[in-house]
Design a protein around this ligand. Sequence first.
Ligand code: ADP
Length: 260
Amino acid sequence: YLDEKVSIKGYTEVEKISDSFNHLLTRLQTLENSRQEFVSNVSHELKTPITSIKVLAESLLAQEDAPAELYREFMEDITEEIERENKIINDLLSLVKLDKKSGELNISSVNINELLEQILKRLRPIAAKRNIELVFESFRPVEAEVDEVKLSLAINNLIENAIKYNYDDGWVRVSLNADHKFFYVKVADSGVGIPEELQESIFERFYRVDKARSRETGGTGLGLSITRSAVLMHRGAIKVYSKEKEGATFTIRIPLNYIA
Ligand code: ADP
């Protein structure tokens, strides 16, 4: 009887180990798949502007005695593609920095009201071009321990998107609130919205609901993954509420005091 018990017990232990081993293998496989997908996406994204530049330059070179205006037009297009390449590289660098351990955060006490005012000041001219109203509502003064540069980047992306994916003459409302533990930044817009089934995917690297629209507005598909990484590094949370064609609301929640 004792022998039997030992062997049953032994078997269960082996089973347990084998289960966790399989679990680990599956997890490694998932990580490896997403790494491969990321590398292939990066290559593709970096190649696209280069291909355009090549086509533009070659077709210009193929024309004998091309008039000056044509040169100008092509050079403008080439410059645009170079700017695009630059933006992708900069976004990738931000993402790489954010992917490092949270020890890399440069924490200081920051006046969040002022930080938001600064971001809005920078984005106002862009919103004004399409007659989009940009409103800031602060329910209380907030001082918090954050990495100012990374948090700015995170919030900037949200407001930039709220403008980019909006209709002309629309609105964007940014609000700031806090309780005893967290502060909350809410960015609501009157734009095109996001279909419910895609609301998780938009945080993935390079994911765009509408590739053409994102490209037109200089998007790289990295903005929201940068935002999410920055928020998570602060031990915060991000959520989205949206209905297609009825605008979107992104809310981030960040602890007032940094928890190492
Ligand atoms: P992008 O550089 O394309 O803007 P993001 O990572 O910032 O990349 O966003 C991913 C996608 O999520 C966008 O391409 C867009 O389709 C969608 N999206 C993000 N913010 C909004 C918003 N406020 N309203 C509607 N769609 C949005």
